[in-house]
Write a protein of this length. Structure first.
Length: 133
């Protein structure tokens, strides 16, 4: 149809990008967005029973919902939706660092508990338990 002499059409955002930026622009758009999904799926596949894996599932599901909805309308032309998508993508990209930090913290806490256990048993911290009968 036309609105005040301007022809309008209902296209998914992908076809709109192809019209406005050409096929190379659409390819870059898809690679950038696909990269976030790829990283999220890698986190999910490595699934551990921890909070970062659970968060990754939720974030990828939310991003997938936005991605699917954008097949039906120009969703990513709305600034707040684009900001929301990239915030979720940023959280998703930070999850491996959060996981590494949590893992290091668990190791430090374990070392502290072992040290306290040795102190409570009256042994020096570096003393081996093998020689005891």
């Amino acid at each position: 149809g036309t609105v005040t002499g301007v022809q309008t059409c209902a296209l998914p955002i992908y076809l709109l990008h192809a019209c406005e930026m050409g096929w190379p622009g659409l390819a870059i758009f898809l690679v950038v967005f696909g990269h976030f999904f790829w990283r999220g799926l890698k986190i999910i596949v490595k699934r551990r029973d921890d909070v970062t894996s659970t968060l990754a599932i939720g974030i990828v599901a939310a991003m997938g919902t936005l991605w699917f909805q954008s097949l039906l309308e120009w969703l990513f032309r709305q600034t707040y939706i684009t900001v929301e998508f990239f915030m979720m993508a940023g959280f998703l990209m930070a999850l491996p660092k959060v996981q590494a930090s949590m893992s290091r913290r668990k190791k430090v806490d374990l070392a502290k508990r072992m040290y306290l256990w040795h102190l409570l048993r009256g042994q020096p911290a570096g003393h081996s338990l093998r020689g005891r009968s």
